[in-house]
Structure formats: structure tokens, C-alpha cells
Design a binder for this molecule. Structure first.
Ligand code: TTJ
Length: 637
């Protein structure tokens, strides 16, 4: 750095030092989640420029060295000297904490939760960062290392007069992040979501590492196309995606919705393009409007008799896919994780826009209204039947005490923190597991055959399903409005299936059930996947286990490939004797478990991620297991 440090510069350095000292305070975590947040922080600046009407394309690239490049065709970060700091504005953006990229004010600020902490935080947490600006025929450039200026802003060349935009390249600092390898899918889901939410903005994502990938996300239809995308693979109940749009009290509201013939409710809410997984006032406004408008229409048009009970919100929302997106000048975020919108004007605005435009839509489209109404009435009946069944079990348990399922081999320890339950595919593997287990702390629940897909069944059928009933009673927590996590009987729920396609499918169905009916169990980290091995290698009375082909090859080249190896490929858990099952998959000292996590940054695609927990074996298997876990993640629901 050339100039001497003035008071301003010292303050700047102290600011960014604070970010490096306590990175978690600024980007939430230094795990993979924080690593990906760096990209969103930078891209959000370009999205703001698009929302302001000056940028139509954003290119994001994962480079071969795991650095990230973001390029937009906006006006370019201003390069002129900013009076207050006496520095080029771009330098202020990257070195002053909370300076943000907002010049001239106005518009909708992206500032919720961890978002909008700004480019300076990314800079502070990068080994190096380079910014290039194209404006008025000139190319400007500046480089920083760990937040510090290492080259002054300078003109490095010329460009066509009409070219304009900003390019940022940064390398996440390995001193800060535990994980520095970017995951393509994680970025893909989030960037595609951003493209859906920002009508007509084109986002290109490239991966320049091993297998080159390039995808373009560009949706003229905006959130209407988002709904179509989410309903893909399901049968829509009617052709139209209903769309409402309008501004009330300075809140810009957009809603898109369509029912499908399934039974789950998929509503995703956003404020200034940031998702709000805990909902808030915009969601409340939508629900009120939908319930009231629909009941009014149904009564008025005699789809419901005056003597019929009103349809509940839940009945109307059965099988509904919807996106609610509001833009608001000063969003207030509430709740434990600051992911819930609090502004009351958002409730009023969404309620008003949806009530007005949905009333009009229903009147114009009586066939659609009729289809919706018929589905809601069926939902209402199923719900009543399910309620009756639940009350019956509740009364029964009150009389007879909680009867545990017959197939459950329970553990004897009564301290839930020490207890775990293995949900095992098939009776024969269940038998081995029962023999292998530590009776004191490990319970075994064998499940037979395919598990009911809860996405494709109505509540009454779900509650009547034997396997699902067995799980609910074994866990002890109850379900729905009865759910009480303090009653959980095992702090580890371990899904153990064959290491093949069928096994992966069963895991998927079980995870779907847990995600839909007891998401708290996943959120609080109680759900795990066991990792059985694929091969057993035996030589001179010594035994090795391999969890994939690469590992098998490694072991074979370590011990020498010759005919004296006897290699056994496990086709399923059932092929292992109890002792082998214990050694490889159930012994807490030696087993590997994947803990299932929910990615809260993206909600529109069921995104489960995994943390690896091991016994005393460490590093070498890590990489494979991560890859493997990613595959389980593509839940085909
Ligand atoms: C703000 O208003 C005056 C003209 O320039 C506007 C601006 O700052 N636009 C802008 C910033 N476009 N793109 C950015 C940007 C892009 C990246 C990749 C990173 C950052 C920090 C800002």
C-alpha cells in the first residue's frame, strides 16, 4: 500500500479485522454454508442492479482453482472519488464495512438476515479479490488480499464505449473456511431460484472444474414459470397458473399458484428475493385471502350449500404449489433465525391484491373454480376421517397406555439421549440387527417392503399405514398438532437400508415422511443414515471392508491383487451375518453415520445435506461419502 495510513484507513482495517476475527457474526458460519454465502453476497449486488433496471445478464463461474468469478452487464460500480472517504467509491464498497453498494438510494434494498452484509465482508474473507469495471471506454482494476488494498484503482486498458459492467473474482480464504470446495448443485438451486424471481434476468452458471458444466437460467414468465417448474412430474389440476400482481402501500406483490393432484402444500415465500422459510405477514395475508375468497365464491355459486361447513384453509391448500414474492423498502425480519417477515403492511397488501384478483379469476374461470372446490371437499372429508382415527388412537392410548408396535425390539435404557433406533429395511436384515445390537441402547424396527410415499397419499390413508403407525408410536413424539419433541424416545433415528438403488429409494421415502411430518427431527439433527459396506475382502484370515469401488481398488493394490483374496460383494444387509453387521455398520466405535441436515438457504427444492460422523476411523473415506451422500439427495418426489 502506497499512502500512509490516515485515521479513516485505520478504521477501515479495524473493521475488516473484526470480520476476520469473528466471521460467523457476518456470514453465519465458516462451514460450507458460509462458503456459498460469499457467492450470494456478490451476486446479490448484480441482482440489485438488475432490479434497478440496468442489468440483464449475470455470469457466475466456478473456476478450476475453486475461485469464483461473477460478471454483470450493469452500470459498473462507480470509480469516482467519494467525498466522505476521499477514496474511489469502488474501494469504499470493498473495504468499508456495511458500506453496501447503494448510491443515490431508492429502490428495494436487499437486507435481511445474513444478506446484504456486503462486498467488504466477502473481501475480508478472501485470500485475494480482484475487481474490474468497464465504463465509458475504460477498464479499471483493483486487487485486495485478505481485505487489504494491494494495488490502487488504476486504468488497465480500453474497451468499446458502449461496454459496461462489473467483474469480481475472489478466492475464499482457507485460513477462514473449513470447507473451500464449491458445490455446483447448491449454487445451481439458489441461482435458478434467483432467476425465477427476477423476471427476464439471464443468469449463466459455469463449472470449470473436472466435468465442464454450463447452464442458463432465463425466465420471461418469472414466478409463473417457477410454479410450472415445481409442478413438473405432478399432474396439474387445471391448465392455468393463477397470477396476481399489484402494489399497495408501497409493497409490490406477486403471487403465482396452481394445484396439482397430490396432497402436500408447497408454498414458498420471498421478500426482496430472499426466501423466508418461516413465512410471516406476507404468507398470512395470502392464506387469509385464499380462504375467504374461495369460500365466498363457493357459497355464492352454490358449490357449497349454506348448510355445509366452510372449507378450511388447509383443505383449500391441499396440493397447492405457490410462490409469494414481495418487494418492500424496509423489511423487518423476526423469529429465532430472522427468517420471518414482520411488516404488517405486507399482510394488508398481499391480502388485498390476492382477494381482488382471485375473485376476478374465479368468476372468469368457473371450470377451474369447480375443480378446486371438488378437491377441497374431498380433502375436507379425508381430514375429518383422519381426525376421527387420531382421536380413536388417542382415546385408546389414554385407556391402555402407549402400546409399542409388535415388531419393535426396544432397548432397555430409558434415557432418550443414550438411545437410538434403527429403522431397518426387511425382516431378515431386521433379524440380524436384533442379534447384533447392544440391547441396552439400540432398538430395532424392521419395516417390510416399500414404504408409502406420503407425497402421493391423503392423510387418512397415511395414518392407516402400518409402517407409518409403527414409526410414530415408536418415536413417541406424536404428529401434527400433537407433535412434541420432548417426548422423543430416541435421540438418534438411524435409517439402515441396502447399499443399492432400492435401498436408496426406501431411504428417500423415509426421509420424505420425516421431512413432511416431523421436520423438527431433521432440523434438530436427530436423523441419520447408516453406511453399510459394499465389499468384504479377505486374505490370510484378515478382513477389510470397502464402501465403494475406488476403495476396493485401493485396498486390493495395498494388499496385493492375487487369487488368495476372496472378495465378497454384499447385495444387501441380509447377506451380512450379525457379527459383520455389527462391525461395519452398527458399532458406535467403528461405524460411519451421515447426519441429515436441511439446507435453509433454499426451500423450493427439498435439499437435504449430510454431515459425516465417524467412529475412530477418520479422513480417507470422507470424500467418497460426501459424493455418495449427494446422490441420495436427489429425491425423486
Ligand atoms: C450503483 O449506482 C450507480 C451506478 O452503479 C450502480 C452499481 O453499483 N452497480 C453495480 C454494482 N452493478 N454491479 C455491481 C456489483 C457487481 C459485482 C459482481 C459485485 C459488486 C460488489 C457490485
Amino acid at each position: 500500500m502506497s499512502a500512509e495510513y490516515g485515521a479513516d484507513q485505520i478504521q477501515i482495517l479495524e473493521g475488516l479485522e473484526a470480520v476476520r476475527k469473528r466471521p460467523g457474526m457476518y456470514i453465519g458460519s465458516t462451514s460450507a454454508r458460509g462458503l456459498h454465502h460469499l457467492v450470494y453476497e456478490i451476486v446479490d449486488n448484480s441482482v440489485d442492479e438488475a432490479l434497478a433496471g440496468y442489468c440483464t445478464e449475470i455470469d457466475v463461474q466456478i473456476n478450476s482453482d475453486n475461485s469464483i468469478t461473477v460478471i454483470d452487464n450493469g452500470r459498473g460500480i462507480p470509480v469516482g472519488i467519494q467525498k466522505k472517504a476521499g477514496l474511489p467509491a469502488v474501494e469504499v464498497v470493498f473495504t468499508v464495512l456495511h458500506a453496501g453498494g447503494k448510491f443515490g438510494g431508492g429502490g428495494y434494498k436487499v437486507s435481511g438476515g445474513l444478506h446484504g452484509v456486503g462486498a467488504s465482508v466477502v473481501n475480508a474473507l478472501s485470500e485475494w479479490l480482484e475487481v474490474t469495471i468497464y465504463t465509458e471506454g475504460k477498464v479499471y482494476h483493483q486487487r485486495y488480499e485478505r481485505g487489504k488494498v494491494v494495488s490502487e484503482l488504476e486504468i488497465i486498458g480500453e474497451c468499446p464505449a458502449e461496454k459496461h459492467g462489473t467483474k469480481v473474482v475472489f478466492m475464499p480464504d482457507k485460513e477462514i473456511f473449513e470447507e473451500t470446495v464449491y458445490d455446483y448443485e447448491t449454487l445451481r438451486i439458489r441461482l435458478q431460484e434467483t432467476a425465477f424471481l427476477t423476471k427476464a434476468l439471464k443468469i449463466i452458471l459455469r463449472d470449470d472444474r473436472e466435468e465442464k458444466i454450463e447452464k442458463t437460467f432465463h425466465y420471461e414468465g418469472g414466478i409463473q414459470e417457477f410454479v410450472t417448474y415445481l409442478n413438473k412430474g405432478k399432474a396439474p389440476l387445471y391448465e392455468n397458473v393463477i397470477y396476481c400482481e399489484g402494489t399497495r402501500e408501497n409493497v409490490y406483490v406477486e403471487v403465482a399458484m396452481q394445484h396439482n393432484d397430490a396432497y402436500t402444500e408447497n408454498i414458498y415465500t420471498f421478500v426482496n428475493n430472499i426466501n423466508t422459510p418461516e413465512g410471516g405477514t406476507h404468507l398470512t395475508g395470502f392464506r387469509n385471502a385464499l380462504t375467504k375468497t374461495f369460500n365466498d365464491y363457493a357459497k355464492k355459486n352454490k358449490l357449497l350449500k349454506d348448510s355445509d361447513p366452510a372449507l378450511s384453509g388447509e383443505d383449500i391448500r391441499e396440493g397447492l404449489t405457490a410462490i409469494i414474492s414481495v418487494k418492500i423498502e424496509e423489511p423487518q425480519f423476526e423469529g429465532q433465525t430472522k427468517q420471518k417477515l414482520g411488516n404488517s403492511e405486507a399482510r394488508v397488501a398481499v391480502d388485498s391484491v390476492v382477494s381482488e384478483q382471485l375473485t376476478y379469476f374465479l368468476e372468469q374461470n368457473p371450470a377451474v373454480a369447480k375443480a378446486m372446490c371438488e378437491k377441497s371437499i374431498l380433502a375436507q372429508r379425508a381430514r375429518a376421517a383422519a381426525r376421527k382415527a387420531r382421536e380413536l388412537t388417542r382415546r385408546k392410548t389414554a385407556l391402555e397406555g402407549m402400546a409399542l408396535p409388535g415388531k419393535l425390539a426396544d432397548c432397555s435404557n430409558k434415557d432418550p439421549e443414550k438411545c437410538e433406533i434403527y429403522i431397518v429395511e426387511g425382516d431378515s436384515a431386521g433379524g440380524s440387527a436384533k442379534t447384533a445390537r447392544v440391547r441396552d441402547t439400540q432398538a430395532i424396527l424392521p419395516l417390510r417392503g416399500k414404504i408409502l410415499n406420503v407425497e402421493k397419499a391423503r392423510l387418512d390413508k397415511i395414518y392407516a399405514n402400518a409402517e407409518i403407525k409403527a414409526m410414530i408410536t415408536a418415536f413417541g413424539t406424536g404428529i401434527h398438532e400433537d407433535f412434541d419433541i420432548s417426548k422423543l424416545r430416541y435421540h438418534k433415528i438411524i435409517i439402515m437400508t441396502d447399499a443399492d438403488v432400492d435401498g436408496a429409494h426406501i431411504s428417500t421415502l423415509l426421509l420424505t415422511f420425516l421431512y413432511r411430518f416431523m421436520p423438527e427431527l431433521i432440523k434438530q439433527g436427530h436423523v441419520y443414515l447408516a453406511q453399510p459396506p459394499l465389499y468384504k475382502i479377505e486374505k490370510n484370515k484378515r478382513i477389510w471392508y470397502a464402501y465403494n469401488d475406488a476403495e476396493l481398488n485401493q485396498i486390493l493394490s495395498d494388499i496385493g491383487r492375487d487369487n488368495s483374496n476372496k472378495i465378497q460383494r454384499y447385495k444387501g444387509l441380509g447377506e451380512m451375518d450379525p457379527e459383520q453387521l455389527w462391525e461395519t455398520t452398527m458399532d458406535p466405535e467403528r461405524r460411519i453415520l451421515l447426519r441429515v441436515n436441511m439446507d435453509e438457504d433454499v426451500t423450493s427444492e427439498l435439499d437435504l445435506t449430510f454431515t459425516i460422523l465417524m467412529g475412530d476411523q477418520v479422513e480417507p473415506r470422507r470424500e467418497f461419502i460426501e459424493l455418495n451422500a449427494r446422490k441420495v439427495q436427489n429425491l425423486d418426489i
